[in-house]
Design a protein around this ligand. Structure first.
Ligand code: CAA
Length: 299
């Protein structure tokens, strides 16, 4: 397979019907639901059966809410839910899929092993994409024999709501793979942002990171409380939520692991997780997902 195998891959754009999402966390759950709403048959894979149960409940709750609000009809939501399947054996599901999106934990060793295993299992034409924004696909492609069909497709949290998807190629990703990914983003009704080369964090997270770092510095220096910094971001800048609220939404654990992965790649101590974030992480205050982060949540 060469990076220029354009015709083969363009043929697959129309034939992507079955999608495998690996990882049943918050991102995998809502990405899977977005694909199902767009007409794809979706299998969500995770080693932990309880994660799959939670994912199924959450997807049902979110999609039924969209029907209540009239964003989609009851029939559209019911048929999307019928197209959603769950498995603890992602590799078995990979054998019959047309496209894989990996949304597992932000650990390069785990992702490399997963990509190697998925490469063995999935048919040759299948694109293997990762939702990671910190682990570029060039760090995963050589774990596979199909580097031209490996790329990043980065969704934002909450994925059912946020319209942006960053499509990022590695130096060996074929044009056809990029086109196929962009085509899928359009079919999802979302807005693609195409990156022509890899950079850690991609575009949106780099913008966000600059704001978050400044917010953490202001809080640590005692300039203002995290609550007031959030108020400033919302009321002075018109952001839908402040940087501390956003960290809680994304997950303190996710933010922490992302920074750690950035540091592992750059070796720059400035990329290490901020001490305040590390403290919350060590206290198990992961944000909305477990009811405690910067803020406390009752439901
Ligand atoms: N999941 C799915 N849908 C959600 C949601 C969630 N967690 N939270 C809110 N919504 C939806 C709901 O449908 C809700 O409507 P209803 O309750 O009427 O059904 C609608 O959004 C509006 O929600 P709210 O009225 O509760 O609150 P809001 O107006 O503040 O909107 C928000 C919530 C959409 C999350 C909004 O605050 C927002 O856009 N925040 C910024 C999110 C953001 O920046 N995301 C990027 C994070 S960075 C990232 O993801 C990259 C990475 O690599 C880590």
């Amino acid at each position: 397979m060469t990076p220029d195998s354009t015709i083969d891959t363009i043929d697959t754009i129309d034939t992507i019907d079955d999608v495998l999402v690996v990882g049943a966390g918050a991102m995998g759950t809502q990405i899977g639901a977005a694909y199902a709403l767009a007409g794809y048959r979706v299998t969500t894979g995770d080693l932990a059966p309880e994660a799959l149960d939670q994912s199924r409940d959450e997807a049902q709750r979110r999609l039924r809410r969209l029907a209540e609000k009239g964003t989609f009809s009851r029939d559209e939501v019911d048929s999307a839910l019928e197209r959603m399947m769950y498995t603890t054996d992602s590799l078995e599901a990979a054998r019959t899929t047309d496209f894989v999106l990996e949304a597992a934990v932000e650990r390069i060793d785990i992702k490399r092993q997963l990509f190697a295993d998925l490469d063995e299992a999935a048919p040759e034409h299948v694109i293997l994409a990762t939702n990671s924004s910190t682990i570029p696909s060039s760090l995963l492609m050589d774990a596979t024999a199909r580097p031209d069909r490996v790329c990043n497709m980065h969704f934002f949290n909450p994925a059912l709501v946020m319209n942006c998807v960053e499509v990022v190629r590695n130096p060996q990703t074929s044009d056809a793979t990029v086109e196929a990914a962009l085509g899928m983003v359009h079919r999802l009704g979302k807005q693609p942002v195409r990156l022509n080369k890899e950079i850690p964090g991609f575009v949106a997270n780099r913008l966000l990171g600059a704001l978050r770092n400044e917010a953490l510095r202001l809080e640590a220096d005692g300039v203002a409380s995290y609550q007031d910094i959030d108020v400033a971001a919302r009321t002075a800048l018109g952001h839908p939520m402040g940087p501390f609220e956003l960290m809680d939404l994304v997950g303190i654990d996710v933010s922490y692991l992302i920074r750690l992965s950035e540091y592992e790649q750059s070796g720059d101590p400035a990329d290490l997780p901020h001490p305040s974030v590390q403290k919350l992480y060590e206290q198990g205050r992961y944000g909305r997902k477990n009811g405690r982060g910067w803020y406390e949540y009752t439901s």
